[in-house]
Design a protein around this ligand. Structure first.
Ligand SMILES: *[C@@H]1O[C@H](CO)[C@@H](O)[C@H](O)[C@H]1NC(C)=O
Ligand SMILES: *[C@@H]1O[C@H](CO)[C@@H](O)[C@H](O)[C@H]1NC(C)=O
Ligand SMILES: *[C@@H]1O[C@H](CO)[C@@H](O)[C@H](O)[C@H]1NC(C)=O
Length: 342
């Protein structure tokens, strides 16, 4: 350990050593703590979607890769029971998919579009609902023609699931083509209808964070086209009156493939891709956005920096299962949770 690392480690432990003195610092009121959980039961994965039903954290589809050959797109679904702290296998998806757009409404999981398997991942319009009581995936109305995509920001509000941005192609190899879109759509879980009559995002985004607080849908960071254009933007749309996206305070560091989730009126965002200061190009940053003050604060970083996963809240814990530990593919099975001190 060099001196800086030692100081940082001590600071994270709540104390700073200066010469022979040790000064105990008061942590910022909003500082929480990290808790490590069991590794993902069926092994490492990334580019899966993450949601919850009651106290269970679900991971859906995504990619497995052992470092050789091609990344394998999965139909596997499993969940972590946060009460008995164990992993369980759920019914697989009808198709293999990655970068799925998922949310839970009224105790059911919706998967609304994704990217396909193979090496040239293309948009799937496939949409499904998962009923936990009979462990069944059922096809629902496909995304309308021209709106199929994966890797969108996802938010649920008043029985509807909103999708902002996303992408329709990701060629999963060096120099492969990627696009990004700015369209916004919603799926009404009661009427089973799609609506695409919303203002587009001010700029295209994919691998982008999303969360709903109150009636506002926040869309955070993300990238535009390939793996090089990372952004720090925060956009917000009032879903009660969806006429224009507002530009809010920017994320402290531009990044894509970050995992965001809301606890109360705050949005916690973790990790991501696009860090030019480290060889893995992955961020360990934990940043929290206060929707009441329109400001960001930086909190204790991740112990295992990751990208290409999602975050979901159970009680005061934000669970982050798996994700990639280097840019592009190198999935991890690590599961941790940031426990909010509020
Ligand atoms: C599971 O329940 C849903 C909703 O009632 C139903 O549509 C589906 O057919 C059921 N599946 C099985 C295998 O029973
Ligand atoms: C979807 O739109 C494309 C052009 O955007 C058109 O060529 C195609 O016929 C449409 N398909 C359906 C099923 O409407
Ligand atoms: C969904 O995608 C499939 C396969 O590309 C296509 O056959 C079907 O027409 C699409 N459905 C809609 C509503 O566009």
């Amino acid at each position: 350990m060099n001196v800086l690392t030692t100081l940082l480690a001590l600071r994270l432990a709540g104390a700073t050593a200066i010469g022979s003195r040790t000064i105990h610092e008061r942590k910022p009121a909003s500082q929480g703590s990290w808790v490590r959980h069991d590794l993902i039961g069926q092994g490492p994965r990334q580019e899966h979607s993450v949601t919850s039903i009651d106290s269970d954290v679900y991971i859906i589809g995504g990619v497995a890769y052992d470092g050789s050959g091609v990344p394998e797109t999965l139909n596997r679904v499993e969940f972590y029971d946060t009460v008995d702290e164990s992993w369980h296998i759920a019914a697989p998806l009808p198709v293999q998919l990655n970068h799925g757009n998922s949310a839970t409404v009224d105790g059911k999981i919706y998967v609304l579009g994704a990217l396909s398997d193979g090496m040239d991942w293309v948009a799937l319009n496939n949409s499904y609902v998962y009923q936990p009581f009979n462990d069944t995936w059922t096809a629902i109305t496909s995304m309308p023609n021209g709106t199929a995509r994966g890797s969108s920001a996802v938010g649920a509000y008043n029985g509807k699931v909103f999708l902002a941005g996303g992408m329709t192609i990701l060629q999963a190899y060096q120099g492969g083509h990627q696009d990004s879109v700015s369209m916004v759509s919603s799926y009404d879980t009661l009427t089973e209808e799609w609506n695409t009559d919303y203002p587009p995002l001010p700029a295209p985004r994919q691998h982008v964070g999303g969360a709903v607080v109150g009636s506002h849908f926040y869309v955070v960071g993300g990238r535009e086209h390939g793996i090089h254009q990372f952004h720090d933007t925060t956009y917000a749309l009032d879903l009660e009156n969806p006429v224009e996206w507002k530009q809010m305070a920017p994320l402290p560091t531009a990044r894509g493939s970050l995992a965001c989730a809301a606890v109360g009126w705050k949005i916690y965002c973790f990790g991501g891709e696009g860090n030019r200061k480290n060889p893995q190009q992955i961020f360990d940053q934990t940043d929290v956005y206060d929707t009441e003050t329109d400001s960001w604060e930086t909190l204790t970083p991740m112990e295992v920096p990751r990208h290409g996963t999602g975050a979901v809240v159970i009680g005061k814990a934000v669970y982050i299962p798996g994700g990639g530990v280097t840019s592009a593919f190198y999935p991890s099975g690590v599961v941790d949770a940031y426990v909010v001190n509020a």
